[in-house]
Design a protein around this ligand. Structure first.
Ligand code: GDP
Length: 594
């Protein structure tokens, strides 16, 4: 036994004695004996952790290794972004690359200060007094290992990037101020990271403050499922002071430790692909973009496609404004040469030639259009995915007026989920307050539906839902909400009613009508305006009124409808405040997909 050369064998974090024996090709009794010899009493169905399993494996002449949790990833059906990016690469071609880290957390908890402090720990890389340019990402060297940081908080495009930002990263540092504790955005960030399956390291910041209470925050962390390691959990919690530059080495050390336990690889010779971190228009050089290479090597002269722009890279710069000629995986570089400004969060790739670039960009534009018209990740659609075996989870984001209404809803949903065999209900995020852009972005990133109970959708939320095609359902009776989820699970949900615009008219004048009231003198510019349809008055893109038409007049005659090109006078029930330049939209309610 164990006389041949050592064979490697992979185990998960924990497994039963029975499974361990099977993996080692020996009997359970044999394993139990070895365990006993090492002071561990375990029965056949008991689980042992990786370290214990390793001892047994070693005794039997195996070299134990921690299994990558690929199976788990596949079960959820969504791979982290980098895995998708290297999906075509052979195992043998993959090489280690620096981990990509993003810093998330509640406002004012110290993200920016921490990012700056970490940036300045890089004595090896930075020339003294050298200017480090903020390009959206930077790299530091810690104990001869490179770490790439995404530098996005506070960025205007950050709220929409947050979802993608977490997906693009290998590790999330969650900053929590020791005096303020877990706050809404802390929970939200934790949920983003969990949804994207990115491990979290907590930076417990501001420990220099007199009112810092580390234990309290650790308890709060445990409450949101981030059990600190010192309490037998698996979340590292590192006390730091970004301001006093304390604990930074420990934090970087921990990041490297976590990174070492993940597979962080890419093929530097493979297809060059990655993410746009930031982009801006420079007066003299045109569009400039920071690209984070995630596979392959980016070189000056390459033809890059980023978002809906493309072009040959004329020049490339690193974070210290130094010209570079190539960038390896996990390296951020600022590039010059794109013909249009991509958006932060867009993917980029290198094309074989300009012709290919042009055709890919054209395809992308068409896809975007298609997405726009085919949006609505609705409950119905989710159900059909469940039926087709594509989804095993109904993911929800819940917002309610008060904490008190959330609890019964979440509890009832959990009960409901238990009744179903083929699908689970997963509440990714539940919180009081109106539905915001960030809720919608989380839903978009994790294919979830947003449900509200007695809440509004704010402006940003509405816009994001429209752009990302996320379905939002609002209820004011708990029972109805639960009923809809139950129906969705059973595939019996009534199609939603959606608005269909049938015509638009421009307001050219306003005038008093004989019966009293104000009419809008209009020209129909598309479709038709129907008397029995509903109308919206739109001013500068915003809906200022929505209601019914009282009358449509052509010359002196009342008519039932007016078509494109015609002029008419329109009066609307309960509305008179028309302004020249307003658009009147005529719409009907139609069953979506019905
Ligand atoms: P962000 O909104 O998360 O990016 O937070 P900032 O980095 O802007 O920090 C918010 C405030 O907290 C600023 O006034 C910082 O100076 C302060 N701050 C950040 N880190 C620390 C720290 O470790 N200790 C103390 N006392 N203050 C800090």
């Amino acid at each position: 036994m164990g006389t041949e050369t050592k064979k490697t064998i992979q185990f998960p974090y924990s497994l039963t004695v029975r499974d361990l024996a099977a993996k080692l090709g020996t009997s359970a009794v044999q394993v139990i004996k070895i365990l006993m010899a090492n002071g561990v009493m375990a029965s056949i169905n008991q689980t042992v952790d990786f370290d214990t399993a390793s001892v047994v494996a070693a005794e039997l002449g195996f070299e134990p290794q921690l299994e990558q949790e690929e199976e788990v990833v596949e079960e959820v059906g969504e791979l982290p972004l980098w895995r998708q990016l290297i999906a075509g690469e052979s195992e043998a071609s993959l090489e280690n690359r620096p981990p990509i880290v993003t810093i998330l957390g509640h406002v004012d908890h110290g993200k920016t200060t921490l990012l700056d402090a970490i940036r300045h720990t890089d004595v090896a890389g930075g020339e003294v007094g050298g200017i480090t340019q903020h390009i959206g990402a930077y790299q530091v060297t810690h104990k001869e290992k490179l770490i790439t940081f995404l530098d996005t908080p506070g960025h205007a495009a950050f709220s929409s990037m947050r979802a993608r930002g977490a997906q693009g990263a290998d590790i999330v540092i969650l900053v929590v101020a020791a005096d303020d504790g877990v706050q809404p955005q802390t929970r939200e960030a934790a949920n983003h990271a969990k949804a994207a399956q990115v491990p979290i390291v907590v930076a417990l910041n501001k420990i220099d403050k007199t009112d810092a209470n580390l234990d309290r925050v650790k308890r709060q962390l445990a409450d949101i499922g981030l059990q600190p390691d010192e309490w037998e959990g698996n979340t590292f919690v590192v006390p730091v002071s970004a301001k006093a530059k304390k604990g930074l080495d420990d934090l970087l050390e921990t990041v490297i430790l976590v990174a070492d336990n993940l597979t962080i690889k890419a093929n530097p010779k493979g297809k060059c692909i990655g993410t746009v971190v930031e982009a801006s228009l420079d007066k003299t050089t045109g569009p400039m973009a920071t690209l984070l290479v995630q596979n392959g090597t980016l070189k000056v002269g390459d033809i890059v496609i980023a978002g809906e722009g493309y072009g040959r890279i004329k020049a490339m710069f690193d974070q210290r404004r130094k010209r570079v000629s190539k960038a390896l995986p996990s390296t951020p570089v600022r590039i010059m040469g794109l013909n249009a400004l991509p958006e932060a969060g867009d993917l980029f790739q290198v094309a074989a030639n300009e012709k290919e670039a042009r055709s890919i960009v054209a395809e992308r534009k068409a896809e975007r259009e298609a997405k726009r018209s085919n949006k609505r990740a609705t409950l119905e659609e989710l159900f059909s995915r469940v039926k087709a075996g594509e989804a095993k989870e109904l993911r929800l984001i819940l917002k309610a007026d008060v904490q008190g209404s959330l609890e019964p809803i979440v509890n009832s949903l959990e009960e409901l989920g238990k009744k179903e065999k083929d699908i689970t209900i997963k509440v990714l995020h539940a919180e009081p307050g109106s539905i915001t852009e960030s809720d919608v972005m989380l839903a978009a990133a994790s294919n979830a539906i947003v449900m509200g109970f007695d809440v509004d959708i704010d402006q940003g939320g509405r816009r994001a839902a429209e752009a990302e095609g996320v379905s939002i359902r609002i209820y004011n009776i708990i029972y109805r909400l639960l009923e809809d989820v139950e129906k969705a699970l059973k595939g019996m949900l009534e199609p939603e009613l959606v608005e269909k615009v049938i015509g638009k008219a421009n307001v050219l004048a306003t005038f008093k009508v004989s019966k009293g009231g104000i009419a809008a003198g209009c020209r129909v510019v598309s479709g038709e305006i129907r008397r029995n349809a509903q109308v919206k008055v739109v001013r500068a893109g915003e809906v200022v009124f929505s209601g019914d038409i009282l009358s449509i007049k052509r010359e002196k005659d009342e008519v039932r409808d007016v078509r494109e090109g015609m002029e008419c006078g329109i009066t609307v029930r309960n509305y008179e405040a028309f302004e020249i330049g307003d658009v009147i939209e005529s719409f009907v309610m139609e069953k979506f997909g019905g």
